[in-house]
Design a protein around this ligand. Structure first.
Ligand SMILES: [Zn+2]
Length: 214
């Protein structure tokens, strides 16, 4: 196996941070290149701002978060709840395969098939289809957003010790100002609890938990 390279798939502009932000920062600090691929700005999930305004804000926030974590982020423009349909247009698949071929990930992180959000599920489906088309076999891991992955299965667990980079994840999450009032604060508490509980499992301060599915 050559040099490590990480790719993280996320449906909306903040999912890569919520699901694996501290792990991204850890790999990046260790010199491993990390690329994040975002499928949608999440423009519909705001109660009163115009879509175009939200898109600009979300893109800006995602880039700011990426700078904090040390990854490179590419944002696509799929409409929420229309992922599978939109994905087939505008050569999006071709563009992503081109990028993957360039960065050659050894590990891919994506949403869980158990995630109840349709866009998150769609990204899982898209990820698995994409991997079939690669000429090499990256390891594939899934992460949790609101709902924890509850796998009653034998998938191996990966705990990443993120004690040194967990604070960067919190900082990166705080860049998502456009959603602060209705989503980010409850999320920070959830993210903190989860990292703390996972940390206990490996006797470290904080950890992020993933399941290896391939
Ligand atoms: Zn999401």
């Amino acid at each position: 196996m050559g040099k490590e390279s990480i790719v993280v798939f996320g449906a909306h502009s903040d999912d890569f941070v919520i699901g694996s932000g501290a792990t991204i920062a850890k790999y990046s600090k260790e010199g491993t290149p990390v690329t994040s691929i975002v499928f949608s700005y999440g423009e519909k999930s705001h109660p009163w701002l115009k879509e175009a305004v939200i898109k600009k804000m979300r893109a800006h926030e995602a880039i700011e978060a990426s700078t904090i974590l040390g990854c490179k982020t590419y944002i696509h423009n799929l409409r929420e709840m229309n992922f599978i349909e939109d994905y087939k247009t505008n050569n999006i698949e071709e563009k992503i395969i081109k990028l993957l071929t360039k960065v050659k990930p050894t590990k891919i992180f994506t949403h869980s098939p158990e995630d109840p959000h349709p866009d998150h599920k769609a990204v899982y489906t898209i990820t698995m289809a994409l991997i079939q088309k690669l000429s090499w076999k990256p390891e594939v891991y899934i992460y949790s957003i609101w709902n924890p992955v509850s796998f009653k299965t034998d998938y191996p667990v990966l705990y990443v010790n993120v004690s040194k980079t967990f604070s960067l994840k919190l900082r990166a999450l705080k860049t998502f100002r456009s959603q602060r009032f209705h989503a980010i604060y409850p999320l920070l508490i959830l993210v903190f609890k989860r990292a703390f509980v996972s940390g206990i499992k490996i006797r470290k301060k904080f950890a992020e938990r993933f399941y290896r599915i391939q």
